[in-house]
Structures are given as structure tokens and as C-alpha cells.
Design a protein around this ligand. Structure first.
Ligand code: GDP
Length: 195
């Protein structure tokens, strides 16, 4: 689906370090432990690709992966770490704000939401930034294998309700399990067809 190999390009700590804006790109955001690395690995069919972005020191970087020749997948640092020093959080937020507002080739942000928790207060900051930057974002439920049918319906309703307040939200929610492979092909097709 993504023509060509999937490779790690670079970790970026400042706007000046971004690769040339010559490809369509999508970014992935979510609170720490939401299942972002697992999802990126499932999407790209590479078991260890996103592990680099979880190692200490890399966690505050914007990590670029090339999907073949024509697209970038951008892994934004996980948020909501209570232990992160205030200065680190401030620096990261400044970079994130500049990135979302200034990256012309960014076509969509995928905001990952744990199926067991739904959208929480910790997600408010990123949703506000996406609205302000007018970056279309789509919610992706993760770890759906951990909940039953009724819980699935309930969390979808909760997320739809929360998204209704956000002008930049794309109405369709993607339901995934990296463990079982559910929704992976759907998400891949969305990324592959964005122009
Ligand atoms: P990250 O911090 O957002 O990158 O999260 P990880 O991908 O490291 O996942 C956090 C934890 O959730 C790990 O223990 C994963 O094994 C687990 N996990 C991630 N995705 C799934 C999933 O689809 N199903 C289940 N059951 N567990 C998952």
C-alpha cells in the first residue's frame, strides 16, 4: 500500500530540523502508553520501527518515518507524563505549536484514544492546538480487543460527543487493535489516499 520501504528518517527537536516539505504527511498524537508505538509498528508492518521513539532522550523529539517515496508518518511525543519537568514540557509545547501551525504538507493528525478510557482532560491541550491550527484530526481508538461490544458502543458515543465541540475534528472514528489487526487496513488506506 505504501510503495517502497518504510524507514526511520530522523528525530527533530526544532523547526529548522524538519525535512523538506515535499511530501504529504500525517502525524500521530496521544497520551503516553495509549498504544502509539504498537499502532505505528502494526501499520508499517515493522516490529521495532517505533521503538526508537520511546527510548529515553528521544521522547521529546518529533520522529519522522518515510512511507515509501511519497509520504511521511510523523510520530509526535506522547503527552501526559506527570514526571516531565515543566521546562521540558514548555519547550515541547512550543515546538508542537509551531509544527502544527506551520507545516504546510501536514494533511491530517490522528489522535489516539485508549478504548478503555475515551477522551480525557489530558487530551484537551492537543485538541485545542489542532483546532487553532486548523489541522483536521481524526480520533483513533486503540486496544479495542480489551473491551466488549457494549463498552465499544459506549466509548464511540463518548468520543463522538467530545469531538462535536471541535471544529477541526473529522467525524469518522477509526477503531483499532494492534494486537488483533483490527482497523489497521482501514487506517492504512486513509493514509495512502490523502492528497
Ligand atoms: P505508547 O507509549 O503510546 O507508544 O504505547 P505502546 O505501543 O508502547 O503500548 C503501551 C502498552 O499497551 C503496551 O504494554 C502494549 O503491549 C499495549 N498495547 C498496545 N496496543 C495494544 C492493543 O492493540 N491491544 C492490547 N491488548 N494491548 C496493546
Amino acid at each position: 500500500l505504501f510503495a517502497g520501504p518504510v524507514t526511520f528518517v530522523k528525530g527533530v527537536v526544532a523547526m529548522a530540523g524538519l525535512p523538506p516539505a515535499d511530501r504529504v504527511e500525517v502525524c500521530f498524537a496521544g497520551r503516553s502508553n495509549v498504544g502509539k508505538s504498537s499502532l505505528i509498528n502494526a501499520l508499517t508492518g515493522r516490529k521495532t520501527l517505533a521503538r526508537a521513539s520511546n527510548t529515553p532522550g528521544r521522547t521529546q523529539e518529533i520522529n519522522y518515518f518515510a512511507l515509501g517515496e511519497s509520504r511521511y508518518l510523523v510520530d509526535l511525543p506522547g503527552y501526559g507524563y506527570a514526571e516531565a519537568p515543566v521546562a521540558v514540557v514548555a519547550k515541547w509545547q512550543a515546538l508542537l505549536k509551531q509544527y502544527l501551525a506551520g507545516r504546510q504538507t501536514l494533511r491530517r493528525a490522528f489522535v489516539l484514544v485508549d478504548s478503555r478510557h475515551g477522551i480525557k482532560a489530558v487530551d484537551a491541550e492537543i485538541l485545542k492546538l489542532l483546532d487553532r491550527s486548523a489541522v483536521t484530526f481524526q480520533a483513533v481508538l486503540t486496544k479495542v480487543d480489551k473491551i466488549n461490544r457494549a463498552e465499544r458502543e459506549a466509548v464511540i458515543e463518548q468520543v463522538k460527543g467530545a469531538l462535536a465541540k471541535h471544529p477541526a475534528a473529522y467525524p469518522e472514528i477509526v477503531v483499532t487493535s494492534s494486537e488483533k489487526g483490527e482497523g489497521i487496513e482501514t487506517l492504512r488506506a486513509i493514509i495512502a489516499t490523502l492528497e
